[in-house]
Every structure is written in C-alpha cells, then in structure tokens.
Design a protein around this ligand. Sequence first.
Ligand code: ZN
Length: 241
Amino acid sequence: MISGSVLLIGAGGLGCGAALALAAEGVARLTVVDDDVVDESNLHRQILHDAASIGAPKVESLARELGRRHPGMQVTPHRGRFEAATAAQLLVDHDVLVDGSDNLATKFLANDAAVLLRKPLVHAAAVGTGGQLLTVPAGGRPCYRCLFEELPPAGADAPSCAEAGVLGPVPGVLGALSAVEAVRLLRGQTPGFAGRLIRYDSPSLTMRTIRFRRNPLCRVCGDRPNITSIDQSAYTAEECT
Ligand SMILES: [Zn+2]
C-alpha cells in the first residue's frame, strides 16, 4: 500500500483510467468527485462503468467497482461538482489532486485551489484523438495558469465538454499516465511533468513535450498574485448536454 491520498476530479474516461491505475498501484485512499450519472454512450471509454450501472451516479459506480477489485482501498464517492464553494474543504484533506474534469472552468479552479493550498496537481485533458498532461508542483511556479493565463469568457470558441468527442481508449491512456505521476508525487519523487506540457497524439503515437517556465505575471503564482482566495464568481461552469 502507498500511504497518502488522492482527490480525483471526474469519474468519466480520464477518472476511470486514473482510478484503476491508482488502485492497481496500491494507493491507500481515494476521493472521487463527479455530479454525473452513467450513460450508455459513456461505456466505450469509461472503463469502470458497465451496463448494470446505467443511470447510477458515476462516483457510486466507480467506488463499487474499485471496492470489488481492491477491497483494501478506501474509496470515498463525493457526488457533486468540484466547485469554488467546497474546493478548499475537499482538497485540504488530501495529498495530491488529479484533475480529470472535462471543462475549462473546473481546470482553472483546480489549478488555483491547488496552488493556494500548496497541494501538487496533476492536470489531464482529452480532446479528440489526443490530449495533454502537466503537473503543477505544490505552490505552483509554474502552474497551469502560467501557461494558459485566463479562463476564456463563456461562449468563447473553446473546447468545452471535450470528452464527448473523444476516441474511446484515449482518456484511459491519459488517466493512467496521470496516476503514474500522482504515485510519484505520493512517494516524494521528483514530478515528471512539472514545467512540461505533454501533448499526446494517438494516431501518430507521439508524445511531444513543450517546456514552460513560471510566468512572473501569473495571477496566482507570479510576483504580484491577485488571486489569493477562491472567488466563487470567477469560475462559471459550462453545462454539458
Ligand atoms: Zn502560475
């Protein structure tokens, strides 16, 4: 068993891949946050859910399946969004945050909450036939916002709810890689993806690394940060249809 705990956002394709790998690695405690229910159209990529779970909350389905396979692991389902009002309260009790959400508002919130609480964050995103990974060390420097700066305004042409158009196995691959990184962090090893944006492309089977540095103007980990607490109005959630 690996002592320590992971807070996982998302029980969809990325979250299922991450949770399965974390369990297989022997992580002692996992809390998973998601507000959605299992749909038949999810099953090809959300590998911990099955036909019998259609209509059930994804966090319950995931916890049940992990419990069956790994009874020694403590899995806590948290049904609801990862949202500004409760982000800090959820995160404070965990060692590592893994973001397997499918919308940008949650990704910015996860980054800011992790930096402010000085918890390491493993970010994963799946889009189309590929996706990306990066790690934000405890306290940032650099963080996700050093690279992507601002949440695009609502309605802007940004990939939201991207997982809906994702090729089946892709989020599982990215989720598993995010779990490998989370285990490194739990073991106190140097993170593999800090200051590196890893871009995965499945058709060409390539991983491209884009190195980036701390942005001195970053609003949360720069020289003069102006995000010093979680402002609930700053993260507008996008609705998936
Ligand atoms: Zn930053």
